[in-house]
Ligand binder design. Structure first.
Ligand code: SF4
Ligand code: SF4
Length: 400
């Protein structure tokens, strides 16, 4: 069957799920500066626009462009031969940061079993000795573990929302079972790969019981995790009603109303009340301290105090300032990499927390964003610009 998108016709493929192969010139890029809290710089890579894990609250459903078609028609867009595009882009650089697979969809979702783009992209990074990380709710393929154990700073994050398998089937229906998710952590730890457990997101009144949260933390620790990342479900305004309807369908009308009463703050998304969120973060931070695990939040904010003159809330404040116990959000410190004598290697022995850095030991002054107003959306063209600086023999003598 053919499908017309932006006046072009594409084949709509039906197996294993509805998808379209889309030629793409997408470029690697960094975080969006906006409310950025992510301490470390990353090269974001997104081979799949859409995701077959099937989470009803998926934030990707609220994104524009192809994601709208994914939300309405469940069609996933696959970036055709994206590993080759990534290869060309990395080979044009002399400066690279850790790859991030992937910011909005699951890299090991069922469709990846057909195209293996995630494994191919990981291979491209590892063969160049550039670090790469992934986040998943699926089983980590063996090949991924074999690959990333070869690269010193590469690591994996596994999202585990509940220890209750019945509930897991509702929250991430096409993801891995609870046991398989903890096994992911074990398999990473066994190979000395930094394993991160994400309780991301926590669902108010569904997975927020202390018993569930401490059950995840304890089992994650005994599976080898060293670091916990947490967030509480946000409701993207565009799809908030859809999410609430699903909550009613699965958990009853009363639960929907409980959510309506709790989600009264608006910080870009609809957020649960700050007191509720802080209570959970305090509990988890203290628990992680006791267990010897480091802890961080992901994209959790608080509205500033209203100004006495305008009564408008001042800029939002990231809650990691209050709750994070690690230097970087993922509990691992990864420096910038530069190409030296033809091979990528760490530029310096820094902690890689560029967002809070005041002294660019790596030599790329713009990347040290500790100063007010220094945050930027870094693009491939910025990496290309830095790559020219790095080629200068004086630079090479100075930084390593
Ligand atoms: S795994 Fe992540 S990207 Fe995939 S459907 Fe679930 S929330 Fe969305
Ligand atoms: S020296 Fe500073 S700016 Fe450079 S990579 Fe390290 S943390 Fe980032």
């Amino acid at each position: 069957m053919k499908m017309k998108i932006n006046n072009k016709e594409y084949d709509l493929l039906e197996e294993p799920v509805k998808h379209i192969l889309l030629p793409t010139k997408k470029e690697l890029h960094g975080w969006y500066a906006g409310k950025r809290e992510c301490t470390a710089e990353r090269l974001l890579i997104n081979p799949y626009n859409g995701c077959g894990i099937g989470c009803f609250y998926c934030y990707a459903r609220a994104l524009p462009g192809y994601f709208e078609i994914f939300h309405q028609q469940k069609i996933i867009f696959v970036a055709k031969n994206f590993d080759q595009t990534v290869t060309e882009q990395l080979d044009s650089l002399n400066v690279a940061t850790c790859g991030y697979l992937s910011p909005v969809t699951d890299p090991f979702q069922p469709l990846n079993e057909k195209y293996h783009l995630s494994e191919k992209i990981i291979r491209v990074f590892v063969e160049r000795n550039i670090p790469i990380e992934f986040i998943t709710k699926a089983k980590v393929p063996d090949e991924v573990i074999r690959l990333i154990k070869r690269q010193k700073h590469s690591f994996g994050q596994v999202s585990i929302l509940t220890t209750n398998e019945k509930l897991r089937k509702i929250l991430a229906p096409n993801g891995a079972s609870v046991d398989e998710l903890f096994r992911n952590l074990e398999r990473l730890a066994k190979e000395n790969i930094h394993p991160v457990c994400r309780i991301d997101p926590i669902f108010p009144y569904l997975t927020d019981e202390k018993k569930n949260l401490s059950g995840i933390v304890e089992r994650a620790k005994s599976s080898g995790a060293k670091h916990i990342v947490v967030s509480i479900l946000d409701l993207p305004v565009k799809i908030a009603d859809d999410i609430l309807d699903k909550i009613k369908e699965y958990f009853g009308a009363g639960m929907k109303w409980d959510y309506r009463r709790l989600y009264t703050e608006r910080i870009g998304y609809l957020n649960a009340k700050i007191d509720y969120r802080k209570k959970i973060f305090t509990f988890l931070r203290e628990l992680c301290d006791k267990k010897g695990l480091t802890f961080a939040l992901c994209m959790e904010y608080q509205l500033g105090q209203p100004s006495a003159i305008s009564h408008q809330p001042s800029a939002v404040k990231g809650l990691n300032r209050e709750f994070m116990s690690s230097t970087n959000c993922e509990g691992i410190d990864i420096p910038l990499y530069i190409r030296k004598n033809g091979k990528f290697q760490p530029a310096t022995d820094c902690k890689g927390n560029c967002l809070n850095c005041f002294q660019a030991k790596c030599g790329i002054e713009e990347l040290a964003m500790g100063k007010e107003g220094a945050k930027k959306d870094w693009k491939l063209k910025d990496y290309r610009h830095w790559s020219k600086e790095v080629k200068n023999p004086i630079f090479q003598l100075l930084v390593v």
